[in-house]
Design a protein around this ligand. Structure first.
Ligand code: HC1
Ligand code: SF4
Length: 579
């Protein structure tokens, strides 16, 4: 251990510690901007580019950036002298001198770390005037890049390269011209970006933000000719409350349903209903592949890979074009919902496809892109018209003067609103495969599953595996979350080194609860794990916990689709992947 003194307090810290981490151990908070760390090894941005965290070190002429300066024996540090505070303010002024001042209309207004820090440092004027960086804004279906606002903290670059291993964003040029860019300054839409939105989740300013559809939604809700219905993803209900002061993981389902009705939606439905439907298709596809495999069919593709995460789908379409027949062909719950709502429900209700607007509320930004894919359209009309994020819904409720916490609870509409606990856990890592196993178990063995809690499949390790006994079979199940972990797994499958029957992959750490459209967690991953626990509580407290017991899903097969994997089900509920 190394002994240091910070602001007159002594502490012994490990030799790898920095001044910043040593100060944190003492409860001394040094302001930072570029620095961000999640978990021990999950994510660490330590490029020390912003210099806001400078401190005085005895015996050293210049101030030291505390995030990048290792401690040494006997070090004496001062974090709050007049000199330090003045220098931090000057650094902030320099940052602001090349930053647009349109805070009032910025997407990050009120949630911007630069804004908060300017307040904290007491900046009242910017003494330096000069040239400003100007870049062409880049609009994609999910994400907008507004690089005039980039402060070169490089958090997005670290996320995209080190965690997601997608490698779309990278710092280019030097000095005043330096910026985070795509290769050859291409638009995101022309790159291999997966729209996972994790770069947005860590951007401290408004340089990266979602393609916001709230105003489009307000217009549709106000149009008397349009019937507007909504579906809400599992992970939204345990995170939306955070925007209204609730703890992460608080289940606000009933209040959210009331809030959506007050906003003017004609029907409030649940993506969870479609998650149960997804399990019907995915579990049958799995059973089918497994039986063929056990029967000696050498061509059958195993492991089956889950396919409900659109960022993951885009990732394998770009990077694993030789393996496009491995993932399940089942559409995601969002898209199954849209296909059933427009293809079956609207007809029964006598609503024309053109007059029906299907909106989704998702924890994810890639879901926006998913709605725009051509294969999810009929004659150019999309099955899901557009998707808004959890953050966008919170903004809309606030704009409409609706305080979520004060609302009474109410229930989803039926028939597309009922769901099992298996559907709730879709929103956390490991949940989709656990839901599938609950159903596959009963279908393969013909027995009732008594203990539904496959605890071996739970947890937060980036890649984990477990063997699950299904009758006489030992099923090897893998779970990966985060695209870097997915890449490692896929490389093993490609090399024939992985012996799995099924694998769940989600692009974001923690699964959808950690999606790029959720309330900002500011690097605190416990926010994500608490949301996951919230979903588990919902599942634990439901009486119906298996997807195939959902009566409204059973009705759909009886009246319209015959059985899972039938021709009709295939036409409506399955998709193809494209290189
Ligand atoms: Fe998800 Fe899914 S779980 S992908 O994470 O399969 O976004 O919550 O809606 O479609 O159900 C997201 C969440 C979500 C789909 C479902
Ligand atoms: Fe990279 Fe994901 Fe951001 Fe695209 S959305 S640039 S893949 S981190």
């Amino acid at each position: 251990l190394i002994n240091v003194i910070i602001d007159g307090k002594s502490i012994a810290v490990p030799k790898e510690a920095t001044i910043l981490s040593a100060a944190e151990s003492l409860g001394i908070s040094i302001p930072t901007l570029c620095h961000l760390q999640m978990g021990e090894n999950d994510y660490k941005n330590d490029c020390a580019s912003c210099r806001i965290c400078v401190v005085e070190v005895e015996g050293r002429r210049n101030l030291a950036p505390s995030c990048a300066t290792p401690v040494h024996e006997g070090m004496v540090v001062k974090t709050n002298t007049m000199n330090v505070m003045q220098k931090r303010r000057t650094i902030m002024e320099l940052l602001l001198s090349d930053h647009p001042k349109d805070c009032l209309s910025c997407s990050k207004n009120g949630e911007c770390e630069l804004q908060d820090l300017a307040v904290q440092l007491g900046v009242r004027e910017v003494r330096f005037e000069g040239e400003m960086s100007t870049y062409r804004p880049d609009y994609s279906p999910s994400i907008i890049r507004d690089m005039d606002k980039c402060i070169m903290c490089r958090r997005c670059e670290t996320m995209c390269n080190d965690v997601q291993t997608v490698g779309v964003l990278s710092g280019v040029n030097r000095g005043f011209d330096s910026v985070v860019a795509t290769a050859f300054e291409k638009n995101l839409e022309d790159s291999v970006c997966t729209y996972c939105g994790q770069c947005v989740a860590v951007c401290p300013v408004g340089a990266l933000h979602e393609n916001d559809h709230t105003w489009k939604l307000v217009k549709d809700l106000a149009d008397p000719k349009k019937k507007v219905i909504v579906q809400v993803a599992p992970a939204v209900r345990v995170a939306l409350g955070e925007e209204f002061g609730e703890e992460p993981g608080t289940n606000v389902t009933g209040k959210m349903v009331t809030g959506l009705r007050q906003l003017g939606f004609d029907q409030v439905f649940d993506t969870n209903w479609a998650a149960d439907l997804t399990i019907m298709e995915e579990a049958s596809e799995f059973k089918d592949r497994l039986e063929r495999f056990l029967g000696g069919d050498k061509d059958v593709k195993l492991p089956l890979l889950t396919s409900c995460c659109p960022a993951w789908v885009k990732f394998f379409e770009h990077n694993y074009q030789d393996m496009l027949d491995v993932p399940s062909s089942a559409k995601s719950p969002q898209q199954m919902f849209g296909a059933v709502a427009k293809g079956i429900w609207a007809k029964e209700e006598g609503i024309s496809r053109e007059d029906l607007i299907v909106v989704s509320v998702m924890p994810c930004l890639a879901k926006k892109y998913e709605t725009s894919r051509d294969e999810f359209k009929v004659d150019g009309n999309p099955d899901v018209d557009y998707s808004i994020s959890t953050r966008e819904l919170a903004k809309l409720l606030k704009q409409a003067n609706i305080d979520l916490t004060l609302l009474e609870t109410s229930e989803f509409d039926n028939p597309l609103g009922e769901s099992s606990g298996a559907a709730d856990i879709f929103g956390r890592t490991g949940g989709v495969i656990e839901a599938a196993v609950r159903t596959a178990y009963e279908w393969v063995t013909g027995e009732t599953l008594e203990n539904l809690d496959f605890k071996a499949l739970r947890g937060f390790e980036g890649f984990r595996s477990a063997t699950v006994k299904v009758g006489d079979l030992d099923l090897n199940i893998g779970i990966a979350h985060g695209l870097g972990e997915a890449r490692t797994m896929l490389d093993k499958i490609r090399a024939g080194e992985a012996n799995y029957h099924a694998i769940e992959i989600m692009a974001c750490k923690g699964g959808c609860v950690g999606g790029g459209g959720q309330p900002y967690h500011h690097g605190d991953f416990s926010v994500v794990t608490r949301r996951a626990e919230g979903l588990q509580n919902i599942d634990d407290n439901k009486t119906m916990r298996k997807s195939h017991e959902n009566k409204f899903v059973q009705d759909l097969y009886e009246k319209h689709l015959d059985k899972p994997m039938s021709h009709k089900a295939h036409d409506l509920l399955h998709t193809k992947y494209f290189p």
